[in-house]
Design a protein around this ligand. Structure first.
Ligand code: TIU
Length: 218
């Protein structure tokens, strides 16, 4: 299959491509979670939910592999570097109790993927302690075992966990595509810059396309 993309058409096959949905969890998309504790307007991120749902639904119908990630830490915070927990002056720190349970802790209500994009049985779920999806996770082994060579990214936030994960994937040899209308940032100008820097220099990090073009791929 080939679709229109920047900086040039993106080619992929269903059997060797995974849809990777980064951190569409309540912590970043609903009031009272980690995103808001950092001082952000979480409402900005919710506008991508319908497009993400459409792509996820279509990918499931085609039988494609789906990977969901969550930024999350163990209850004892043993996988949370003190530098991450202590940086800045957030209203609530990682591990503190907020309106949706302990901030960014696995299994807490706020750590769950939003219901609109809830993982289905058989889909890969990755709890990641860092911003990148490969750091300290089994993702590379899981993808290699399935012969995956191409990754299509959606999720939040564009310049933090999505971009970090794409760069990690690019260095591991994957051909990465970002769906532009399925990713969002708390800072619109950061999203715009990230999209531009991903496909600059002949696709230095990867490709960028619209969900409409991706959905049309046959
Ligand atoms: N703060 C921010 O923009 N993002 C994060 O902390 N994590 C993710 O991007 N998932």
């Amino acid at each position: 299959m080939q679709i229109a993309a920047q900086p040039f058409p993106y080619e992929f096959e269903l059997a060797t491509t995974a849809l990777v949905i980064i951190d569409m969890q309540r912590d970043f998309l609903e009031p009272g979670g980690f995103g808001e504790s950092l001082g952000n307007d979480v409402g900005l991120l919710r506008k991508i939910i319908p497009a993400c749902r459409e792509v996820l639904q279509s990918w499931r119908e085609r039988g494609g592999l789906v990977v969901h990630t969550r930024e999350s830490h163990r209850a004892d915070l043993s996988d949370c570097p003190p530098a991450k927990r202590e940086r800045g002056s957030p209203r609530l720190r990682i591990g503190d109790v907020g309106p949706m349970g302990r901030i960014l802790v696995a299994g807490e209500p706020g750590n769950a993927i939003i219901p609109e994009l809830a993982p289905a049985p058989g889909e890969i779920e990755i709890d990641k302690p860092g911003k990148g999806a490969f750091h300290a996770t089994p993702l590379q082994d899981l993808l290699q075992a399935r012969g995956i060579t191409h990754l299509v990214f959606m999720g939040v936030t564009t310049e933090v966990c999505v971009q970090t994960s794409m760069r990690e994937a690019n260095d591991r040899g994957y051909d990465c595509l970002l769906l532009e209308d399925c990713t969002e940032s708390y800072f619109p100008r950061f999203k715009a810059s990230t999209v531009e820097m991903i496909h600059a220099q002949g696709g230095i990090v990867g490709w960028v396309a619209s969900s409409a073009d991706f959905l049309r791929a046959r």
